[in-house]
Design a protein around this ligand. Structure first.
Ligand code: SF4
Length: 317
């Protein structure tokens, strides 16, 4: 598979008024193949949403690069970025806030096409009808306003809008966490069908590992702005290596109460990204921390897996 995205040493520090900075993303590197779904998981505040926005250049990085199909987006001025944006789209967590309540659904889905000057009005109307159908909405939805729909249907509208420009990569930031559990699987099934039919790639951001497990080819586990473990999703779920990943996976509700499970839990709160701990950032919460962990930051170590594609940042390896 060809490389779609190459993120290298990406970092974002948000300066604080009184001095200092929030280091939301700190040296993240990975590659994504075309047609691949990478799940990005971690607690709220770990930097996963900031990472998604950095990749789309909705916010600009402090350091590092984001190459999409070989072109470094971080070097492009806004005017040169605009035509690139049709290849990279985003689905947000809250389908209520993401849609302008004054616009009809047809106009909302058509808007990206109109902005990019694609098609005549009649061609765009046909495209909108097709997109609504693809996303499981009736054609008459086009004449209605977002408030007339349920949360799940609104997320379908958001997906139709994101698909309008036939993107290659969609960054989906907690796309189902605002929805009823009964609706979540319908939206996930739709996203997976679209991936299959259109060869889409997703960066799927979520705090919910059960959801990410369902959709991801590979998994990136983030802690305080760093990817601390990354590898094939199946392998990480079967054999998590980083103590933080183990704790996250142990916390996934187990449908079979008789099945034995690891009882590792994450102790304490996430440290402040303004003042991250020295050494391994996870050391204040890690049951295996040693003196070395308190002073020396671990570097990525390959821990097996297909093509040595599984790595972990931890002194235990
Ligand atoms: Fe725990 Fe040390 Fe590994 Fe960090 S480096 S996760 S503190 S064992």
């Amino acid at each position: 598979m060809s490389t779609l995205l190459e993120v290298t040493e990406l970092a974002k520090a948000f300066p604080l008024k009184g001095g200092g900075a929030i280091h939301a993303v700190n040296g993240v590197s990975f590659q994504q193949a075309a047609g691949e779904t990478i799940g990005i998981v971690g607690e709220s505040g770990c930097g996963k949403s900031t990472l998604g926005r950095l990749i789309l250049q909705l916010i600009r990085p402090t350091a590092g690069s984001v190459r999409f199909r070989g072109k470094d987006l971080t070097l492009l001025p806004e005017t040169a970025l605009r035509p690139m944006r049709r290849h990279l789209q985003m689905i947000f967590q809250d389908p209520y806030a993401a849609l302008d309540p004054r616009m009809r659904v047809g106009a909302l889905v058509e808007e990206p096409l109109a902005i990019h000057g694609i098609g005549t009005r009649a061609e765009r109307a046909r495209a909108v009808a097709e997109l609504l159908e693809t996303c499981g909405l009736p054609a008459e939805a086009a004449a209605r306003h977002p408030h007339e729909f349920s949360g799940g249907q609104r997320q379908r509208v958001c997906i139709a809008r994101a698909l309008a420009l036939s993107p290659e990569l969609i960054v989906a930031d907690e796309p189902v966490s605002a929805l009823d559990v009964s609706i979540q699987s319908q939206i996930l099934n739709l996203m997976m069908a679209l991936k299959r039919d259109r060869g889409l790639s997703y960066l799927f951001i979520s705090h919910n590992l059960a959801v990410v497990k369902y959709v991801s080819d590979r998994l990136a586990v983030m802690y305080l702005g760093r990817v601390v473990e990354m590898g094939p999703a199946e392998e990480i779920y079967a054999d998590p290596r980083h103590p933080y990943t183990r704790a996250l996976i142990a916390a996934i509700p187990e449908p079979d109460p008789d099945r034995p499970r690891d009882h590792a839990v994450v102790q304490g709160d996430l440290s402040s990204p303004e003042n991250p701990p020295p050494g391994c950032r996870f050391h204040p919460r890690c049951p295996h921390a040693t003196e070395r962990c308190r002073v020396e930051a671990p570097r990525p170590v390959a821990v097996g897996g297909r093509d040595r594609a599984h790595f972990v940042e931890c002194h235990l390896y």
